[in-house]
Design a protein around this ligand. Structure first.
Ligand code: PEP
Ligand code: MG
Length: 603
């Protein structure tokens, strides 16, 4: 296969689509420079407000359409855009631009839009970058309205000869995903985007294969080209031969067969052939994923990310809002642990009140537990919310990026203070809170014995542990090949942490992305882990995998892996061992897109 026919990105919604490309230009429209006479600035402000109202109506329509096609929870995706649309700070700034510079409403809006977009795109926070496409979609609608262009375009897909269409665009926005006539679109592909973007979530809900991050892809594609899109591998093959199309279809048949098997295991226990039961939990990034996580039989939430509560906000979410969310999750998984991770904020993350001055190296900067301890009011509000929600389920608190033992002591003090405050105020709440740490720095891994003595549980954040151990930026696509939790240094740390935690009688789990990968999950079982927390779409596959293997065999393979010296050797050892239980080709067909490895596509 000649390489230049194969475009590589990241698969965000599994499945193979064979069809004809249609390239859609859904971009910010050109806005002419127009100044208005001083007497007319009031009219421009009125036009701005009219556009906000019209776009609100349009988004509400899209929300209804999504509810019909994908479901109630998915429809809430548009709430994020509605919030951004009404952002008081942004609208006030646009109004000032109109009044102070006599700019037309569209010119002023474009000016502010570009500024906000650049700020969001540069953010080191994945959660913020995940929402850039929502922002772009909204800005496009606003500018179209202000320029008098129609909003209610229903894109017609499908070629004249009836071949399914594969839609290519620079950036896939949530609105775009649901604005095509359903049946005719077989796949989506975009140059930019992230696996956890709203458009990706929608594509998965609609079961439409999707690839994002095809850098430079649009320049190499024309409407009408025959393509094979593989949403699991994250590739697009242009101009495939008949044999390649046959292969792709056979691969898709295997994937569907595996999917059928996976459906059967949903209600079954995650127990290995030799009778070892694994606690299989879900990682919840967004409330929209709550239903699917429960439907896939997660036994609790091993990582409740809370950063989405901050995206696009100028203020912190209130204690009440957080308590309501935690309570909702706790009730849904009643009896099972729900590990609320305290805000994992980065140096330049929103909201603006906490935005720090520029940091040369934000990944090593003012982040996570460091921010929480330096901003105790913010941290206490989150702790109080967790204590209140704990009355309704098994809420526990998990702290990220720990490097020092005293970070635990300080957190405990804040918990004790919060219990007293709530008591004094007569607010019904729990009187204690189990706490655990995420082991995601080499410092925490080396100190695992000491940490385990001080906390109730450990959970390995293998994404960051790999990043900090190997000094490889997890978001840098160029380094994706060097980022591997199968590196001997990471594997040996994983073993050390598991032994340390279990030696102290603590629950030890892995909630990093490796737990969602069948081969890595097999390694983790062999290293001794008995609790895994995985991304919601991976729950059936990992449950199925657990039921195909035995721990004795996994342990033998892991011992060989611990003695190995290279990433390649460890991968080969584990593959050889796993292939005795399952057909790796079959497994490959069902492998989910890699999630958090190379999610930064912007140059
Ligand atoms: C991790 O680092 O492995 C982890 C689970 O946390 P996050 O991906 O949110 O940084
Ligand atoms: Mg992390």
């Amino acid at each position: 296969m000649s390489d230049d026919r194969l475009l590589s990105g990241v698969g965000v919604s599994p499945g193979i689509a064979v069809g004809q490309a249609i390239v859609v230009q859904f971009e910010l429209p050109d806005v002419p420079l127009r100044v208005v006479p001083a007497a007319k600035v009031g009219d421009e402000v009125a036009r701005l407000r009219e556009a906000v109202a019209a776009v609100r109506k349009h988004l509400e329509q899209l929300r209804r359409r999504t509810e019909e096609r994908a479901g109630k929870e998915e429809a809430k995706i548009f709430d994020a855009q509605l919030l951004m649309l009404e952002d008081k700070e942004v609208l006030a700034a646009v109004e000032r631009l109109i009044r102070d510079n006599q700019l037309s409403a569209e010119r002023a809006y474009e000016f502010k839009a570009l500024e906000v977009r650049a700020q969001w795109s540069r953010s080191t926070s994945k959660v913020v970058r995940d929402r850039v496409a929502d922002l772009s979609g909204l800005q496009i609608w606003m500018l179209r309205r202000l320029l008098g262009l129609p909003l209610d375009v229903l894109f017609r897909a499908g070629s004249a000869d009836g071949k399914p269409a594969i839609v290519f665009t620079r950036e896939l926005t949530p609105g775009l995903t649901v604005q095509f006539e359903g049946e005719k679109v077989a796949g989506f592909a975009s140059e930019e985007g992230t696996r956890t973007s709203h458009a990706a979530i929608l594509a998965r809900s609609l079961r439409i294969p999707c690839v994002m991050g095809l850098v430079g892809g649009l320049a190499r594609l024309e409407t009408g080209a025959d393509v094979v899109l593989d949403g699991s591998r994250g590739t697009v093959l242009v101009d495939p031969s008949p044999a390649e199309v046959r292969d792709a279809r056979a691969h898709e048949r295997r994937r569907r067969a595996l999917e059928k098997q996976l459906e059967k295991v949903v209600g079954q226990p995650a127990t290995t052939l030799d009778g070892v039961t694994i606690a299989l939990r879900g990682n919840l990034d967004l409330p929209e994923e709550l239903d699917v996580t429960a439907q896939h039989g997660a036994e609790g939430i091993g990582l409740l990310r809370t950063e989405f509560l901050l995206v696009g906000r100028t203020e912190m979410p209130s204690e009440d809002e957080q308590a309501r969310y935690f309570e909702r999750v706790a009730r849904r998984f009643h009896g099972h642990p729900v590990l609320v991770r305290s805000f994992d904020l980065g140096g330049d993350k929103f909201p603006a009140v906490f935005r720090s001055t520029h940091e040369g190296n934000p990944m090593l900067g003012w982040r996570a537990i460091r921010v929480c301890l330096d901003q105790p009011d913010m941290f206490r509000a989150q702790i109080r919310a967790a204590l209140r929600a704990r009355l309704h389920g098994n809420i526990q608190l998990m702290i990220p990026l720990v490097t020092q033992l005293d970070e635990i002591e300080q957190t405990r003090e804040l918990i004790a203070e919060s219990v007293r405050e709530l008591d004094r105020a007569g607010v019904p709440s729990a009187k204690e809170m189990p706490i655990g740490v995420m082991v995601e720095t080499p410092a925490a891994a080396v100190l695992a014995v000491e940490l385990a003595r001080r906390v109730d549980f450990l959970s390995v954040g293998s994404n960051d542990l790999t990043q900090y151990t190997l000094a490889v930026d997890r978001g840098n696509a160029r380094l994706a090949g060097r980022f591997s939790p199968f590196h001997p240094a990471v594997v040996r740390m994983l073993k050390w942490v598991c032994d340390a935690g279990q030696g102290a009688g603590r629950d030890v789990s892995v909630c990093g992305e490796m737990a969602s990968d069948p081969l890595a999950a097999f390694l983790l079982l062999g290293l001794g882990y008995r609790a895994l927390s995985v991304s919601p779409p991976a729950l059936p596959l990992v449950r199925w995998l657990i039921r195909q293997v035995d721990v004795v065999h996994a342990r033998r393979a892991a011992e060989a892996a611990l003695a190995a010296e290279t990433t390649g050797d460890i991968t080969r050892i584990m593959e050889a061992a796993l292939s005795e239980h399952v057909n790796l080709r079959f497994l490959e067909a069902g492998r989910l897109p890699k999630a958090r490895r190379s999610t930064t596509f912007r140059p």
